[in-house]
Design a protein around this ligand. Sequence first.
Ligand SMILES: Cc1cc2nc3c(=O)[nH]c(=O)nc-3n(C[C@H](O)[C@H](O)[C@H](O)COP(=O)(O)OP(=O)(O)OC[C@H]3O[C@@H](n4cnc5c(N)ncnc54)[C@H](O)[C@@H]3O)c2cc1C
Length: 546
Amino acid sequence: MGLSDNALQALTEVLGEEYISTDPAVMRAYSKNFSSIGIRPPACVALPGKMEDIQEIYRLANRFDFKVIPTGTHLFMSCEPLIPFYDYLTIDPKRMDGVRIDEENMYAVVEPYVTFGRLQVEAMKRGLTCYIPTGGAQISVVANLTFQGYHMHAHRLGAGARAMLAMEWVLRDGEIMNIGSTSYPGGEYFWGEGPGADLRGMIKGLWGLCGSLGMCTKAGIKLFPWPGPDKLPTRGDTPDKRVFLPEDKFKIYAIGFPTLDSVVDAMYEIGRSEIASVCLHLQKGWLASEISLSQEHYFSTWESEAYQKSVENMLVVMLTAYTSKKQLEYEDEVLRAIMDEYGGKLLSDEVQEGVAQVVVPDLTIRPNIVYRGFRIAGTFADIKGVCDSLDHSALCHKTTVPLLKRFMKDKTPPFVDDDGASHYICSYDFGHMGFVEMPFIFEPDADYKNVKVGVRLTVMGLFHDVWHRTHTAFLLNIAADIIGPFMGGFHKIIRKVKTAFDPNYVSNPGWPVVIWSRFLKDGIKSAMNSYREKRRNMKEELENDA
Ligand SMILES: Cc1cc2nc3c(=O)[nH]c(=O)nc-3n(C[C@H](O)[C@H](O)[C@H](O)COP(=O)(O)OP(=O)(O)OC[C@H]3O[C@@H](n4cnc5c(N)ncnc54)[C@H](O)[C@@H]3O)c2cc1C
């Protein structure tokens, strides 16, 4: 059906013809996410130039009864409707890409299209850095801050969402909501809390609300000290581009431990000693996926017994001289004492080199790792991702590997039976929190058959979690309804927030949870509309024939 002529005319008046499109080819281009499943293309794409344009888009959505989905760079599935019968408008914020850095107070103010890559480049020029999600430096800072924020520099920099400072939001009715220090007249973006309750907790828990509260149009983000050079010293070309960090500022170690338990014990001790900036357990596939130049190269490396042994129970640690070389020397001594205590040994020179020049920069400073992940078999999905303690992370990994093994038994290829070789456990906040992510790798196909099998595995993962009490963090829509009752009924709280802010289901309906009453109401309305349209068309045809 699409948006009505009146709605399109009103939108054109607000944005100008140039920044509104309903061209089917353009719509198709906006209907694909990383999973390569296009659910339903938008009816219209809008490119607003300023916050006021977004206010008008939401006001018109209420007036002309269409849905709105705000996006960043459109990597994730929640940029498309979960419920495919809605006519919706996609907001592409390409024109809103302003970035400003307050060097002295160590924060940046970004508009929705600023990417982590761009922010990092600007920050490094000023001796600062930002967290960058492992998903990649090419994604929108605002989208990630308000959505996930999982990254591998978190041992020192903490969870991504805690870098969130003041924010400006356009709510689903076009009203503005300011959070933190911008809520005062003339307020700046340096502080995220208050006045009163900290509304950031409503924007994001382990996940955000997927654009279903409205659109964040400006955000303050905390920056951290960067003692390295303003430009990363690199050699070579992609896919073999290597980074050479100055050795008087950074020390990177690949350490092998006797068991996974001793890795985790060492991680706790490194945290307790408050040393290191990166502290990360990587399963056996990681080094191979990072340094391989092709798919064939990956499999030949990974399948070799010598390689498998060379990266067993590997802990990757980076020490950073935030203050002086002396600090680096002190941390080196403490780390070596911890290695002695838990049986850690430095791995071979070849492994050290790959970890220092490729793995650590690629995961924590200029992330583009997921695309190396795609190269192995075409795509990947997560059976689980869990945010809790480091011990809990190890338990999740250990209990999930047998499930994966059983599942993959008769499915290889297109699924890669790799004993969880792409799993990792990351220390957050000096070991106060552990994050484990468990990707599985497979080849997608044009009929989505393999994707469907992959979805089956993730659903099995949910029940597996309930059985082992290893509850997961990757919970959206139906998954939240399945696991919510086992996790304090959090799905009910999300529903309450969504219905309080968006009772008419205007902004990204269906994400992060479905409001069933609304869904049924809209569903009946939509069915009636298409019935009426069909009848109208038939009547017109009969009249024409007559
Ligand atoms: C392969 C893969 C790997 C990933 N790895 C990671 C990872 O390591 N760490 C991590 O944190 N995340 C990861 N993600 C999840 C997610 O895609 C990213 O967190 C990130 O948000 C995507 O950025 P984007 O700019 O593409 O956002 P989009 O995909 O465009 O948007 C993501 C969600 O945020 C909403 N949104 C976007 N902009 C706004 C806005 N201005 N205001 C309100 N809502 C908005 C959208 O409606 C959508 O629901 C990964 C995703 C994929 C597909």
